[in-house]
Design a protein around this ligand. Structure first.
Ligand SMILES: [Zn+2]
Length: 305
């Protein structure tokens, strides 16, 4: 089986993103393989094949131009993977940001690649240490749900008025696109403690405002509007995100988050944590959870419906 590496996503135009990749030197006949480009708006997927009818076949260049969605949004980020299919046997393997070596060391996550500056070796070491700190000492597992910024309009969305007519819609959860959010990603993150208070307003009655800070590594990229879910089913709206960078390559992200009132529609988004989930940071070494794995059917936290 061929091995894909050095996947890069670049763009010099607003109308398209260019995805390129390489394969490791091999004795196999590369003409026996088909290449497919997969894309998602969230690192957790679901990934969609962009060229299902027109696979890329060597010896053509390993290059694909994705012009299906313009890149006008500053917060939207596309993630890409490459799928290699051996035509005779139908065997398929996907490649993302993680090399086969990294994956063979117990970390099964494939990863994905977006438009981003590449880290140098110093930053890679810093990032690894910070992620270890989160995983072993100060962080805990939370679920991050990436908000859709395009897709199939929900029936509650009025295209002419450009607004959602039903804020409590259970199909899009107030996002405007069917489903509302992508699959949850389990991440290690640090949430600062929050002062809790009660405020009474003439319009809303009693509200419990709470603001906090979220700290996480460079992956997955969070954006304003995303949804954060804790094990205790406290849900947070992600506000402004600041990224620490070294030569423009991301190192860690700090986001302002605000806890949602329990009556909010975001509490109806179905979320479940995988079975056997360990929420306390481990001190020993153990294989990491696949952050892109689909969550299973255990411990459904959905409060209503
Ligand atoms: Zn809707």
């Amino acid at each position: 089986m061929l091995e894909v590496h050095n996947i890069q996503v670049l763009s010099w135009t607003l109308n398209a993103l260019d995805i390129s990749w390489e394969i490791r030197p091999t004795y196999e006949d590369t003409a026996d393989y088909d290449f497919y480009v997969l894309r998602s708006e969230s690192a957790a997927g679901p990934f969609q094949v962009l060229n299902s009818k027109a696979p890329i076949v060597p010896p053509t260049a390993f290059l694909f131009r994705d012009g299906q969605q313009p890149v006008y949004s500053k917060i939207r980020q596309f993630r890409y993977r490459i799928r290699v299919v051996q035509r005779g046997t139908g065997d398929a393997v996907e490649f993302g940001s993680r090399t086969r070596d990294e994956r063979s060391r117990g970390d099964q996550a494939i990863g994905s690649v977006g438009v981003e500056a590449l880290p140098d070796k110093v930053l890679l070491a810093i990032n690894r240490r910070f992620e270890m700190l989160l995983e072993k000492k100060v962080g805990r597992r939370v679920l991050l749900l990436s908000r859709m910024t395009f897709g199939r309009h929900c029936a509650c969305y009025d295209v002419e008025l450009r607004k959602i007519l039903l804020p409590d819609c259970r199909t899009c959860f107030g996002v405007g696109f069917t489903g509302g959010y992508y699959s949850p990603i389990a991440i290690y993150a640090k949430i600062s403690p929050v002062p809790r208070g009660v405020r009474r307003t003439p319009e809303l009655g009693e509200v419990h405002p709470s603001q906090s800070m979220l700290e996480l590594g460079r992956f997955p990229p969070v954006k304003t509007g995303d949804l954060l879910v804790e094990r205790e089913n406290r849900r947070w709206h992600v506000g402004q995100v600041t990224t620490t960078e070294k030569r423009r390559a991301a190192s860690r992200q700090v986001a302002a988050i605000s806890e949602l009132e329990k009556a909010k529609i975001e509490y109806q988004v179905p979320v479940s944590f995988p079975a056997g989930y360990d929420f306390v940071p481990t001190l020993g070494l153990r294989p990491r959870m696949d952050p892109t794995a689909q969550t299973s059917d255990s411990a459904i936290l959905q409060s209503g419906g």
